[in-house]
Design a protein around this ligand. Structure first.
Ligand SMILES: Cc1cc2nc3c(=O)[nH]c(=O)nc-3n(C[C@H](O)[C@H](O)[C@H](O)COP(=O)(O)OP(=O)(O)OC[C@H]3O[C@@H](n4cnc5c(N)ncnc54)[C@H](O)[C@@H]3O)c2cc1C
Length: 434
């Protein structure tokens, strides 16, 4: 249901400039000219709306999920790129030229004034570069933070260039109503950057946290616990995540998303289960207790609060255990009557974290590289394993919460749907939307 509302709101927002331009109108032109203008208008509004689909707006990402938000952002950026690339090409079939003396209000002709077109040309070159850099981000050997900075600054430049191009070269954008409309939409886009990079850090600065403990859980996984410093903490739901900034200014872009593995019922202290992966997570051994931290959140929709299913299935691969641990702990601390089963997959037994705590639960451990004396499940979390752990009734009636490698989640989701689990009984969070 939330997805339908989201799509409806998106469609209205993205087509509004097109509809308004049509209402504002002008003397009729050939189909191709109108079509070319329409594609340009659509591309610009899609680009501006991309700013609020950045994953940092709870009203968007907490409803449909962070990974869906980000994949939608990526898909729409590609669609906008195609529309933008086609936009000037379609004008080719029609006569163009400088302003005609008889067309003072520029209703019938397309400008070829270089000063009006140059911003459009610059955006035309920048946009594919930005999208290609995003698509090839993981192949290109540069830091995530560098990419994020380039992406943000590049997007801002494109928005401003397109605003100028739309108002000065556009047939519709030059009209007063549309000009104010585009200014307002660009204002929202630029405002969203100011919100994320200025307002949120200012608010975070007033609510600092401190690292209480940092503990190695397994050879490559850590537990970081933070406590609020002079405030009451964060109100969140079990299974949500925050952007965590450890040891930098609240204005730094060096912050990473991590699921909260503690339960809200445990009090204001919060913990995170973090796997060593890249330049930040591999330096966790250098973080000292007392280090200042900032938290932006909570985000995410991986929550079972208020759900009415009789049982909760928690299926984790590796560090995907983190949010599910938060849910499990909350269920236990609140004496929740729902039945719980956990499946926890890893490569080796040394990677199993929180073993003592999990042993008290109905847990199935799965190892793909088990030691010789391993008596538990082996291989990967797949359909046959799900069938061994859950009955038909449980598959049909329970809620399934999944977090782990993309391949595991795809296989389990498909299998559950085949076995009759309703789609709205499956909640999942991906750590990488690459
Ligand atoms: C919603 C969500 C929840 C997560 N929860 C956990 C968790 O509980 N425990 C855990 O170990 N990992 C979690 N991750 C993954 C974690 O964010 C990355 O492993 C971590 O950011 C890597 O940072 P790095 O600098 O060490 O590695 P890098 O080499 O810099 O990054 C490796 C990859 O991590 C991702 N990444 C890095 N920085 C960011 C960022 N600022 N924003 C978004 N993605 C980024 C990118 O895909 C990047 O390619 C979560 C990710 C998401 C999206």
């Amino acid at each position: 249901m939330k997805q339908f509302v989201f799509i409806a709101v998106y469609l209205v927002a993205v087509t509004l400039p097109l509809i308004l331009s049509w209402i504002v109108g002008g003397p009729p032109r050939s189909f191709w000219q109108e079509f070319a203008s329409g594609l340009g208008i659509l591309a610009f509004s899609m680009i501006l709306i991309e700013f609020v689909l950045s994953g940092r707006f709870k009203s968007v990402s907490n409803g449909i999920g962070m990974d869906v938000t980000m994949r939608f952002h990526q898909f729409m950026a590609r669609a906008a790129l195609v529309f933008a690339l086609l936009h000037p090409l379609l004008y080719q079939a029609t006569p163009v030229g400088g302003q005609r003396p008889w067309d003072i209000s520029r209703q019938l002709t397309i400008t070829t004034d270089f000063s009006d077109l140059v911003t459009g040309i610059a955006a035309y070159l920048l946009l594919p570069s930005l999208v290609l850099l995003a698509i090839g981000r993981t192949q290109l050997d540069y830091k995530y933070e560098t990419w994020r900075l380039i992406h943000g600054v590049g997007a801002l430049m494109i928005a401003l260039l397109l605003l100028h191009h739309t108002i000065y070269a556009g047939r519709y954008g030059g009209q007063a109503v549309m000009m104010w409309f585009w200014l307002a939409m660009t204002g929202v886009a630029v405002g969203s950057l100011l919100y994320v990079y200025l307002l949120v850090p200012i608010l975070d600065k007033a609510r600092p946290w401190r690292v209480k403990t940092i503990t190695r859980l397994t050879p490559k996984q850590w537990e970081v616990t933070v406590v609020p410093d002079g405030h009451a903490g964060l109100s969140y739901k079990a299974g949500q995540f925050v952007w965590l900034n450890l040891g930098h200014s609240s204005f730094s872009i060096r912050e990473n998303p991590f699921s909260i593995s503690s339960a809200p019922a445990a009090g204001p202290q919060m913990s995170f289960m973090i796997k060593e992966l890249g330049d930040f997570t591999r330096t966790l051994d250098q973080i000292k207790p007392g280090t200042r931290a900032y938290l932006d959140g909570p985000y995410g929709h991986l929550c079972v609060d208020g759900r009415t299913e009789p049982g909760v299935a928690l299926i984790a691969g590796g560090v995907g255990l983190a949010p599910l641990l938060g849910i499990l702990r909350q269920l236990r601390l609140t004496s929740d009557p729902r039945a719980v089963k956990v499946i926890y997959g890893n490569r080796t037994d040394k990677q199993i974290a929180y073993r003592a705590e999990l042993d008290a639960e109905d847990v199935t451990y799965v190892l793909s590289e088990p030691p010789a004396d391993w008596c538990g499940e082996t291989g990967f979390i797949d359909g046959p394993l799900i069938d061994r752990v859950f009955s038909d009734e449980e598959c049909r009636d329970w809620i399934f919460v999944l977090c782990g490698p993309a391949i595991m989640m795809d296989i389990v989701e498909d299998h559950l749907l085949d076995r009759g689990t309703p789609a709205d009984h499956i909640l999942s969070e991906r750590f990488d939307y690459g």
